[in-house]
Design a protein around this ligand. Structure first.
Ligand SMILES: NC(=O)c1ccc[n+]([C@@H]2O[C@H](COP(=O)([O-])OP(=O)(O)OC[C@H]3O[C@@H](n4cnc5c(N)ncnc54)[C@H](OP(=O)(O)O)[C@@H]3O)[C@@H](O)[C@H]2O)c1
Length: 408
């Protein structure tokens, strides 16, 4: 006795299909198999449907494989083409962590310019929460969230050179869809991962680390002698910002919500840490800078900190508003910038990693800083991928520090 799992895909609307009804389809008149269906299930995705069957086979024959092939061909006469099913999260409606649904999803093969990747580790980011809640709008519903992962190439599209099956690669950004066992990616969106970097580390720094890179090296170029303010300094991006800015020679002021997070931020190179739930961070920054203010604020908290951040800046200082963990900041009149001739920018990694050269440059600098020890990546939380809803809840509840990684 054995078990045969068949996964059959149909690139046809479901109403056009003849669905195999009986397990007797499995047994050819010439075989010795007796079969019975244990279960069957159907899933649909993008107007395509596929069926999963599990059969119990009682057989004394060694010709099982041949019979299975016959059956697949027979079923395939109804406009079929075999597809692979993988497990992935999908969001069908916007809302809390509970709208993340763990489902069978059709994946297919890579086309020209694409690769298929089996994910080994997936980075959790606050942007995943924004898409799940609808703060940022996904292009389609349902969608699979996730914008950061590291995995092994399992197939390459026709004619593709430069990538091979077995390569370890990582990516950050679009296309969204990394909360999945496997995914199809444009080959030019991934970078090779050096041997010295593990999949878990790669998945925890691709998005957060390249964000720290563009914020500190390109958006506002931090140099020795600068004083900077980093909100949420113990978070995924915040931890890397503190370490990197310290190494660049800046004086780093960090804000956090708890003593435990303050200890981590200090360990990460923040020279001054303010617990902004207890202390007025504007007054404290004023004290620390002897009334001069800071050169730049990296503000990912948004609504709760935005106005105070403007108040912390020195003349001609830079307000870098790159996130909104506490909510979208209120609109700012231009006059709010005029009093100190401030600069205000709302940057996104996607607009800083546009070309292949920009991507390779950012990833290269990041991996080099990990290798040299400038960045000590804190993977403080790992969850099985199937527990992504719990991971989302913990991130939103401010229970996490450093990077959070999901393991398929
Ligand atoms: N623009 C870009 O390209 C870009 C790229 C990557 C990330 N980001 C942004 O960077 C920020 C950090 O991302 P991350 O993934 O590393 O997350 P994270 O910083 O690890 O988590 C968010 C942190 O924000 C703080 N926070 C303050 N008020 C909060 C509130 N009301 N609810 C939840 N958290 C609150 C919490 O730290 P405390 O408890 O210490 O306050 C929390 O731990 C996010 O806003 C994200 O959107 C932007």
């Amino acid at each position: 006795m054995g078990f045969l799992n068949l996964r059959l895909g149909y690139h046809q609307p479901i109403q056009h299909l003849l669905v195999p009804t009986l397990p007797t389809h499995l047994a050819s008149p010439h075989s010795h198999h007796q079969t019975s269906t244990l279960f069957s299930q159907s899933v649909s995705h993008n107007n395509k449907s596929s069926y999963s069957y599990c059969y119990k086979i009682n057989s004394s024959s060694s010709s099982t494989l041949g019979t299975q092939k016959l059956v697949v061909r027979a079923l395939s006469t109804q406009a079929p083409s075999p597809v692979d099913m993988i497990k992935a999260f999908r969001v069908h409606e916007l809302g809390g962590p509970e709208v993340l649904k763990w489902e069978d999803v059709e994946i297919g093969e890579p086309k020209e310019g694409e690769i298929r990747v089996r994910n080994k580790a997936i980075g959790l980011n606050f942007i995943d929460v924004y898409f799940r809640k609808g703060v940022y709008k996904a292009a389609t519903l349902p969608f699979t969230p996730g914008m950061e992962a590291c995995g092994v190439v399992t197939a390459v599209g026709p004619g593709l050179t430069g990538r091979q099956v077995g390569d370890l690669v990582a990516y950050a950004g679009t296309p969204m869809g990394s909360y999945a066992e496997e995914q199809i990616l444009p080959a030019d969106k991934v970078v090779p991962v050096p041997d010295s970097v593990s999949p878990v580390i790669a998945a925890s720094i691709m998005l957060k680390g390249m964000t720290a890179h563009f914020l500190l090296r390109r958006c506002f170029k931090v140099e020795p002698g600068h004083t900077i303010l980093v909100h949420a300094a113990a978070g995924g991006v915040g931890s890397l910002l503190c370490q990197w800015a310290n190494a660049l020679g800046a004086t780093v002021i960090g804000t956090v919500s708890t003593e435990e997070k303050a200890a981590q931020a200090k360990d990460d190179g923040a020279h001054h840490v303010i617990i902004y739930k207890e202390d007025d961070f504007v007054a404290r920054v004023n004290e620390i800078t002897s009334g001069n203010g800071v050169d730049v604020v990296y503000d990912s908290v948004g609504k709760d900190t935005f106005q105070g951040s403007l108040a912390c800046l020195k003349l001609r200082g830079y307000m870098v508003s790159f996130g909104q963990s506490s909510g979208t900041p209120d609109p700012v009149p231009l006059s709010a910038l005029a009093a100190k001739s401030l600069f205000l920018t709302r940057p996104s990694l996607m607009q800083y990693n546009v070309t292949r050269d920009e991507l390779l440059g950012a990833a290269g600098e990041l991996f080099a800083n990990v290798a040299s020890g400038v960045l000590r990546v804190r993977v403080n939380h790992t969850y099985p991928l199937s527990q992504a809803p719990q991971a989302h809840a913990d991130l939103e509840d401010r229970k996490t520090t450093g990077s959070v990684v999901l393991i398929p």
